[in-house]
Design a protein around this ligand. Structure first.
Ligand code: ZN
Length: 84
């Protein structure tokens, strides 16, 4: 996973599972907002592990799970860690 500059309307991207060198990319712009950061991470990781899931389900899960975790006290402190 890497943090990169993405178009303003894109918080993250996940390459297709059959793509060589596949990767999850998270926009550096989300680092300023814990909810958006966590939501982008969860969203793209869910795509990576369950590619056939509908976008609507992935988006709903990521939004709700991020809200729950943030409510429980998770904070990312804007850290950019490029680990797989
Ligand atoms: Zn998506």
């Amino acid at each position: 996973m890497v943090y990169v500059k993405l178009p303003r309307s894109v918080d993250g991207e996940c390459d297709r599972p059959d793509q060589k060198g596949k990767q999850i990319k998270i926009s550096r712009s989300v680092l300023r907002n814990d909810q958006r950061h966590l939501e982008a991470l969860l969203h793209e990781v869910l795509h990576a592990v369950a590619w056939p899931l509908d976008e609507e389900y992935v988006a709903a899960f990521a939004r709700d799970a991020a809200r729950l975790v943030i409510k429980r006290g998770f904070r990312s402190h804007g850290k950019e860690e490029n680990n797989d």
